[in-house]
Design a protein around this ligand. Structure first.
Ligand code: NAG
Ligand code: NAG
Ligand code: NAG
Ligand code: NAG
Ligand code: NAG
Ligand code: NAG
Ligand code: NAG
Length: 744
C-alpha cells in the first residue's frame, strides 16, 4: 500500500513558472507540509475517533489535544482524518457507527485486532472517499454490509473474521473500481455473487476461499479481463468450472481445491497462457487432462490430486517446462509411464503420481529432473528394478515407490545407500518374498547417511533385522512390519540415537524384549527437531495410527508421529523388562499376539505419555496393577486373552474401557466384565491358572477370524482411498479395517 501524502492537491504545471515562482512555490510547499503536520484536528473527527473504539484497552496513547498527531492518524490540510492505520493495536469491542462520520477517510486498516460484533447495514455508505479497507484478522460477525462505498474503493479485505450469511447482491453495486476483494476465512454462505464481474471488470484478485459458499461458480468470471488470481477453495461449490473462464486472459492462479466441482477441466483452459497455478485438488473432476496443456509454458504448480481424472497423460504436459510441482495422485490416469519424456521438466521439485493406474518400468527420464526433492509413484502398477540413474537426483530427499511390483530389493538398497540426500524411503509392498538385503556390500557401507524414515513393510521379506541398520544414526521411523523376519530383536536398536517409531508387527521374530531398547534416547529425552533433520515430510504421508481403526492420518511432520513400539504378532517370549519404566516419552506400546509371560510390571504405570497399550493374547499372569490407572492419557487399552487374575481395579479409569479389553482372562472379575468377583477360597489359584492356560490355547478360531478381517482390510487400503469422497482436511474415515503400515 502506498502511503500517499495528503498534500497532493497541489498540482501545478511547473514549466510556465519563473524562478521566483519556484521559490514561492517551494515556500508554499514547505508551509503546506508544516501546516499539514500541525493542522488542528477537526473537533468533529476527534470526537468520532474517540467514540469509535474502546481506546482504553488498546495500546494507543491518544491523549494529546491534536488528533492529527495521534498514532495511526493522518490528516489532510483541513485537519480532516484521511488515514486510520491501526493494525495490531489490541483494539477490542464493536466498531461504533460513529466511525462513519470520518467522511474524509481514504485508508482504513484495522487488521489484526480483537474487534467483534456486527457492522451496521449501511456501515460504509458515508465513507464515500474510501480507497482501502482492511478489517482482516478480527472477530467481526454478522452479515456483510449491504453495499460497499463509492467508486473510489480499490481494495477490500474482510478475511479471517466471522462474517456469515450471504453476500447481498447490492454489495458490489457501487464499487466500480474494486481491484482486490478478499473475504476468505469467514462463514459466508449462499452463492458467489453472480454479478461479480458485471459491476467491476477491474478485479485483479478475488479470494472467496474457506467459507461455506455453495451452488455453482457463476458465469461471467470471463468478463474480468484483468483478473489475475481467483481463489474459492474449501467451500461447497458444485458444477463445472465456468465455461467462460478462458476469457479471463490475465489469470495467473486458479485455486478451487476441496469443493464438489465435477465435469472435465476443459480444453479452453489452455488459452490462459499466463496461468502459473492450477490448483483443483479434492474435487470430482473427470475426463482427461487438456490435450494442449503444454501451451501453458508458465505453469509452475499443477495440483489435481483426489479427483476422478482418467486416461493417458497428454505428451504436451511434458512441455510445461516451468513446472515445479506436479501432483496428479488419487486419480485414474493410466498408461506406460516410461514412454513419457520428463527431460524438459528440469525445474520440477515435487512429483506425485500416487494411486493411479500407471504401468511399465520406472521412467528413466525422470532422472533428468535434477531439481527433484520428492518423488512418489506409489500405488500404481509399476514393475522392474530401480535404476542406477536415480543417483543423479542429487537433491532427492523423499522417495516413495510403495505398492508396486518392483523386484530386486538388494539391488535397490545398494543403489540408494549412496544417496546423500535421501531422508524418507517408502518401499511398502514390493519385492514380494525376496530376502532382506544383508550382504557384505550393505554391511560394509557407510551409506544412507541421512535416512530418517524407512519402510520395507508388507514385502514378505525373509531374513533377519539387518545389522547395517545399526549405522543409521538419523533413523527416526523404522517399519519392517509384515515380513517373514526371523531371529531376535537386536539389542543395538537401542543405540540408535533418534529412533522413535519402531514397527516389527507381523513377523516371526522370537526371543526376548531386549532390555537395551529401554535406553532408546528418543523415548527418554525430548527430541530436538533441529538435531534430527528438517522434521517435515516433503509430501504428506498417510498412516493408520491405531491398529484396526478405520482412521488414516496424514502426517506432514515426522515429529508428529507418535513415539511407538510395536511387536504385535511375533513369537516373542520373555517377561517385560522392568527397565521399561525409563521410556518416559513412549506413546504406544503394542506387544499383543506373542508369548510374553510373567506379571505386568508396575513400571508400565510410570510411562506418563502412554496413549495406547496392547498386551492382549500373551500369557501374562498375576493381577492387574492398580497403578495403571495413573496413565491419564490412555485411550486404547487391552489385556484380553491372558492369564490375569483378580479384580479389575475398582473406581479407576480402567473400568471405563469396554469389556473386550479384559475378556479371555477367566480369572479376572469385576466391572466391566460380566462376572462378579467372589471371595477367594485358599488353594484355588493354581488350579485356576491351569484352566486358563487351556482356554488360552483354545483360541485359534477367533484368532483366524481376526486375521481374515485384516486381510480384507489389507487389500482395502488403496481401493477405498480412491473411491471415498469424504476426505476432509487432515484425517480420513473408512468403513473397512486397514492394517497398520505406511500406505504411501
Ligand atoms: C494493514 O496493515 C498490516 C500491518 O501493517 C499490513 O500487513 C497490511 O498490508 C495492511 N493492509 C493494507 C490493505 O495495506
Ligand atoms: C502519552 O503521550 C503523552 C504525550 O503525547 C505523554 O506525555 C504521556 O506520558 C503518554 N502516556 C503514556 C501512558 O505513555
Ligand atoms: C486473503 O486473506 C487471507 C488471510 O485472511 C490470506 O491468507 C490470503 O493470502 C489472502 N488472499 C490473497 C489473494 O491475498
Ligand atoms: C501476461 O503477463 C505479462 C507479464 O507477465 C503481461 O505483460 C501480459 O499483459 C499478461 N497477459 C494478459 C493477457 O494479461
Ligand atoms: C512441445 O514443444 C515443442 C517445441 O516447443 C514443439 O515442437 C512440440 O510440438 C510440443 N509438443 C507438444 C506435444 O505439444
Ligand atoms: C539387482 O540389482 C543389482 C544392482 O542394480 C544388480 O547388480 C543385480 O544384477 C540385480 N539382480 C538381479 C537378480 O537382477
Ligand atoms: C501374523 O504375522 C504373519 C507373518 O507376517 C502373518 O502371516 C499373519 O497373517 C499375521 N497374523 C495376523 C493376525 O495379523
Amino acid at each position: 500500500m502506498s502511503m500517499a501524502t495528503p498534500t497532493r492537491t497541489m498540482v501545478v504545471k511547473p514549466n510556465r513558472l519563473t524562478n521566483n515562482s519556484y521559490v514561492l512555490l517551494f515556500i508554499l510547499f514547505i508551509a503546506s507540509i508544516i501546516s499539514t503536520t500541525h493542522a488542528a484536528c477537526s473537533k468533529m473527527d476527534q470526537h468520532s475517533l474517540l467514540s469509535s473504539f474502546d481506546i482504553a484497552s488498546s495500546s494507543l496513547n491518544w491523549s494529546s489535544n491534536d488528533c492529527c498527531r495521534w498514532e495511526g492518524i493522518i490528516c489532510n490540510m483541513a485537519g480532516r482524518v484521511t488515514h486510520l492505520l491501526l493494525p495490531s493495536k489490541r483494539l477490542k469491542g464493536v466498531i461504533s457507527p460513529s466511525l462513519g462520520n470520518l467522511t474524509h477517510l481514504s485508508h482504513l486498516n484495522l487488521s489484526h485486532n480483537i474487534l467483534s460484533g456486527h457492522l451496521e447495514v449501511g456501515f460504509f455508505l458515508s465513507l464515500s472517499r474510501l480507497h482501502i479497507l482492511d478489517l482482516s484478522y478480527n472477530f467481526i460477525s454478522g452479515e456483510v454490509p449491504l453495499s460497499l462505498p463509492s467508486s473510489h474503493i480499490r481494495l477490500v479485505d474482510l478475511s479471517s473474521n466471522q462474517f456469515n450469511g450471504t453476500i447481498p447482491s447490492s454489495f458490489l453495486q457501487r464499487a466500480w473500481n474494486l481491484r482486490n476483494l478478499n473475504v476468505s476465512n469467514n462463514l459466508l454462505t449462499g452463492q458467489i455473487p453472480s454479478s461479480i464481474c458485471f459491476y467491476s471488470s477491474s478485479f485483479r484478485l478475488l479470494d472467496f476461499s474457506h467459507n461455506e459458499f455453495s451452488g455453482i461458480i457463476p458465469l461471467g468470471i470471463g468478463n474480468c479481463s484483468k483478473l489475475e488470481l481467483f481463489r474459492a477453495g474449501f467451500n461447497n461449490l458444485l458444477g463445472t468450472l465456468p465455461t467462460d473462464i478462458h476469457n479471463a486472459q490475465a489469470l495467473e492462479e486458479i485455486s478451487l481445491p476441496s469443493n464438489k466441482l465435477s465435469g472435465p477441466i476443459g480444453e479452453n483452459i489452455s488459452n490462459l497462457t499466463n496461468l502459473t497455478i492450477l490448483d483443483l485438488y479434492l474435487n470430482q473432476l473427470s475426463g482427461a487432462l487438456p490435450f494442449h496443456i503444454g501451451k501453458l509454458s508458465r505453469l509452475k504448480i499443477i495440483t489435481l490430486h483426489f479427483n476422478n481424472l482418467e486416461s493417458y497423460l497428454p505428451t504436451s504436459l511434458m512441455n510445461c517446462s516451468s513446472l515445479t510441482e506436479l501432483n496428479l495422485g488419487y486419480n485414474q490416469f493410466e498408461g506406460d509411464l516410461s514412454v513419457l519424456n520428463f527431460t524438459k521438466l528440469t525445474k520440477l521439485i515435487k512429483l506425485d503420481l500416487m494411486n493411479n493406474k500407471f504401468t511399465g518400468p520406472l521412467p528413466i527420464s525422470v532422472y533428468s529432473c535434477k531439481s527433484l526433492i520428492a518423488l512418489r509413484l506409489s500405488s500404481n502398477d509399476l514393475e522392474g528394478q530401480l535404476q542406477h540413474g536415480i543417483l543423479s537426483l542429487k537433491s532427492l530427499s523423499f522417495l516413495s515407490l510403495s505398492n508396486n511390483r518392483l523386484t530386486n530389493v538388494t539391488g535397490a538398497m545398494n543403489i540408494l545407500k549412496d544417496s546423500k540426500s535421501l531422508r524418507v524411503l517408502l518401499f511398502t509392498s514390493n519385492f514380494l518374498g525376496e530376502e532382506m538385503p544383508d550382504g557384505d556390500l550393505m554391511v560394509d557401507s557407510s551409506g544412507f547417511q541421512n535416512l530418517s524414515v524407512l519402510s520395507l513393510s508388507r514385502c514378505q521379506l525373509t531374513g533377519k533385522v539387518p545389522i547395517w541398520l545399526s549405522k543409521l544414526e538419523k533413523m527416526e521411523v523404522l517399519d519392517l512390519s509384515s515380513n517373514r523376519l526371523v531371529g531376535s530383536i537386536p539389542g543395538w536398536l537401542g543405540t540408535l540415537p533418534s529412533l522413535s517409531f519402531l514397527n516389527l508387527n507381523n513377523n516371526f521374530i522370537s526371543g526376548e524384549f531386549p532390555k537395551e531398547l529401554c535406553e532408546l534416547q528418543a523415548f527418554v529425552t525430548k527430541r530436538d527437531g533441529t538435531l534430527t533433520g528438517h522434521g517435515d515430510f516433503e509430501l504428506p504421508v498417510y498412516y493408520q495410527s491405531i491398529h484396526g481403526s478405520a482412521t488414516i492420518l496424514q502426517y506432514k511432520y515426522i515429529s508428529n508421529m507418535p513415539n511407538t513400539i510395536r511387536f504385535r504378532n511375533n513369537s516373542l517370549s520373555s517377561k517385560i523388562p522392568l527397565e521399561i519404566g525409563k521410556l518416559q516419552l513412549l506413546q504406544e506400546l503394542d506387544i499383543g499376539f506373542n508369548n510374553f509371560y510373567g506379571n505386568i510390571p508396575n513400571q508400565i504405570s510410570n510411562l506418563p505419555n502412554l496413549e495406547r497399550l496392547d498386551l492382549s493374547r500373551n500369557h501374562f499372569s498375576g493381577e492387574l496393577p492398580a497403578s495403571l490407572s495413573s496413565l491419564h492419557f490412555l485411550s486404547s487399552f487391552s489385556v484380553a486373552y491372558n492369564n490375569l487374575q483378580g479384580n479389575i481395579p475398582l473406581g479407576t479409569q480402567l473400568q471405563g474401557f469396554n469389556d473386550t479389553a479384559f475378556e479371555g482372562n477367566p480369572g479376572l472379575c469385576g466391572f466391566p466384565l460380566p462376572n462378579e468377583c467372589q471371595k477367594k477360597r485358599p488353594g484355588d489359584t493354581t488350579k485356576n491358572r491351569e484352566d486358563v492356560d487351556d482356554t488360552a490355547n483354545g483360541i485359534p478360531w477367533l484368532h483366524i477370524s481376526v486375521s481374515l478381517g485384516f486381510i480384507v482390510g489389507f487389500w482395502g487400503v488403496c481401493g477405498p482411498l480412491a473411491l471415498s469422497r469424504s476426505w476432509r482436511f487432515a484425517y480420513f474415515q473408512f468403513l473397512s479395517n486397514i492394517v497398520d503400515r505406511f500406505v504411501c
